[in-house]
Design a protein. Structure first.
Length: 226
């Protein structure tokens, strides 16, 4: 067995712990709402440990298709406030995304590229055609699961540094949205309520701005050469 496959052992351990502790029932909006006071008390006593826990959580959901990253971002807003929650979520989530990207590229790229060759080619063609705007659009409109995007782009030819900074910028609006919602954690009934048609339309508009700017630049260049 190649030595790199030993790196899958921690992932297998995470999956085992997830099911052993029945975390699919613990990591829910309702369960977190019930424990909100205890979580705030823990954060007041152990600030750095709390931030480290978010980092571990985002690394896990960045690699594995486990509970929505949006849930952790809402919780970050509830525990650290809008600004603090946004900063914690924005940076730890991108680190988690990069971990998922690296696992896909260096551990799973061979078998996944063969299994999902058409999808991998679609991403590479999109990057070749639209550049970094392709990833930026995917990040700005949070339709696809967080871990799936990380794994999918790990199969592409995109460099890690480009994936990092585009993800950092592209996920910022969503992080701010969910961190702001954390202020009223106890009043939330469903995370899907946050993605109302109006909110989705706003994110789509933000995602469209770079495309409009590129179209305008192209139009002006054509005018100059004509």
């Amino acid at each position: 067995m190649s030595r790199r496959w030993w790196l899958l052992l921690p992932l297998a351990a995470l999956i085992a712990l997830y099911f052993a502790f029945d975390l699919n029932h613990v990591l829910t909006l309702e369960a977190i709402q019930q424990q909100q006071a205890n979580l705030i008390a823990f954060r007041e006593r152990h600030l750095l440990l709390s931030i480290g826990a978010f980092l571990a959580a985002y690394i896990t959901v960045g690699i594995l298709p486990l509970p929505s990253a949006a849930l952790f971002t809402v919780l970050a807003g509830a525990l650290f406030g809008v600004v603090g929650g946004f900063l914690v979520a924005a940076f730890t989530s991108v680190i988690g995304a990069c971990c998922g990207f690296l696992v896909s590229r260096y551990l799973l790229r061979g078998p996944l590229s063969r299994r999902f060759a058409p999808q991998s080619k679609t991403i590479d063609d999109g990057i070749a055609r639209d550049g970094l705007l392709y990833l930026a659009t995917v990040r700005l409109v949070p339709v696809l699961p967080f871990s799936l995007v990380n794994i999918a782009f790990g199969l592409s030819a995109m460099p890690l540094r480009s994936f990092y900074w585009v993800s950092q910028l592209g996920m910022a609006p969503g992080a701010l949205l969910f961190a702001n919602a954390g202020r009223e954690l106890s009043q939330l009934h469903n995370l899907h309520d946050l993605l109302s048609p109006g909110v989705i339309a706003s994110l789509v508009l933000v995602a469209a701005l770079p495309w409009l700017a590129r179209a305008l630049v192209g139009f002006l260049r054509r005018r100059r050469t004509s």
